[in-house]
Design a binder for this molecule. Structure first.
Ligand code: ACO
Length: 333
């Protein structure tokens, strides 16, 4: 038995906004942003929505898997920036792509969202309830950003990535002897530290409501706390997943991490004593797209032929919640 990713897809808005463009909006510089984050430019929506980007990414993932929208059993959209609270984004995607048979719902674990969707779908598929799932990370964070706050507005971008997952009855042994499919997963949450990275939806309002202090409706972050959390928790949860699978860092070919910040990724590599060349990055050109970063990077690597059948990947996400997790899988695509 195996649960495998058989198709990937991604969609980005066309509009590129460089660090030089950002310097026209707030007091910042290309040097500061690149030096602190590794980001040079990001894609910003000029009309794309979380649902429209997600639908485009899903169509590409389905085409790669050689499947029709009618074949889809389950759609999970991970997002923290939906345009609509109701209906959920996954139902909008279902309608847009014509996946009439699917069960569709959203999941919000911020930047860990795609990873949590992968792990949730893994459990559903393993249980036998569904045979396949479209899992998506899609964000239009540009609407959650205070474009006058230089400490946050330079960090984020918009985009979506998707993967099609399938259950197969039989084991698939790769040439290197590894069994294809998802091997292990670890997830964690630390709600007590949640307010170090927060964004309010809208002020509560009704005739009986007692005014309490509200969180601002823009992303607010204690960057240093997030940095400490990520550099401690990500290597720890990757190690936990490897230990559970009876593997070591040397058994891993690629570490596909949430693309928040190049310094976080460098620190994780160092703490794991793993070669940085095993940590592909694309954040220079698209910035931090929260739940979309892992599936967009996965799709880029897949389409560029940088992942071979039999390669072992560790995917790891971390973000608001605070949430974190890691999944280990052997590629078969
Ligand atoms: N341009 C120029 N100066 C800036 C900018 C900017 N865009 N933003 C902040 N500054 C200034 C501050 O005002 C401050 O100035 P001061 O010393 O005169 O007061 C100075 O730079 C240092 O500010 P810090 O907030 O201390 O900057 P820090 O060195 O911590 O870097 C950063 C900020 C890059 C966010 C860092 O904390 C970090 O890497 N955090 C990790 C978290 C992260 O990457 N979050 C991304 C989203 S969350 C996620 O995806 C999980």
């Amino acid at each position: 038995m195996a649960i495998k990713i058989t198709g990937t897809g991604s969609a980005l808005p066309e509009k590129k906004v460089t660090n030089f463009d950002m310097a026209k909006l707030v007091e910042t510089s290309d040097e500061w942003i690149r030096g602190r984050t590794g980001i040079a430019e990001r894609r910003i929506s000029t009309g794309d929505t979380v649902a429209s980007l997600a639908a485009k990414a899903c169509e590409k993932a389905l085409a790669m898997a050689g499947k029709d929208a009618q074949d889809v059993d389950l759609i999970l959209v991970a997002t923290c920036s939906p345009e609509l609270l109701l209906p959920c984004c996954a139902c909008q995607v279902q309608s847009a792509i014509g996946a009439d048979r699917a069960v569709a719902f959203d999941l919000n674990a911020a930047c860990s969202g795609f990873l949590f969707a992968l792990n949730t779908a893994n459990v559903y598929l393993r249980s036998g309830l569904y045979k396949n799932a479209l899992i998506v990370g899609s964000e239009v964070l540009s609407k959650l950003i205070d474009w006058t706050d230089r400490s946050t507005c330079v960090l984020f971008g918009d985009g979506a990535g998707a993967a099609f997952m399938e259950f197969s009855e039989t084991d698939d042994v790769c040439e290197n002897g590894r069994l294809a499919g998802i091997e292990e997963m670890v997830m964690g949450s630390d709600g007590a530290k949640g307010m170090v990275l927060a964004c309010a939806e809208r002020t509560a309002s009704n005739p009986y409501y007692k005014e309490i202090e509200q969180v601002k409706p823009y992303v607010q972050m204690d960057g240093q706390e997030v940095y400490k959390f990520a550099t401690r928790q990500v290597p720890a949860c990757i190690k936990e997943a490897l230990d559970r699978a009876g593997l070591t860092v040397d058994d891993v070919d690629l570490f596909v991490l949430h693309q928040a910040n190049v310094r976080i990724i460098e620190s994780v590599a160092k703490r794991l004593k793993a070669d940085l060349s095993k940590f592909p990055m694309n954040l220079e050109h698209i910035g931090n797209m929260s739940s979309a970063t892992i599936p967009v990077l996965l799709d880029e690597l897949n389409r560029d032929g940088k992942i071979k059948k039999g390669d072992r990947l560790v995917l790891s996400g971390f973000g608001a919640g605070l949430t974190y997790g890691a999944s280990i899988l052997v590629w078969d695509n």
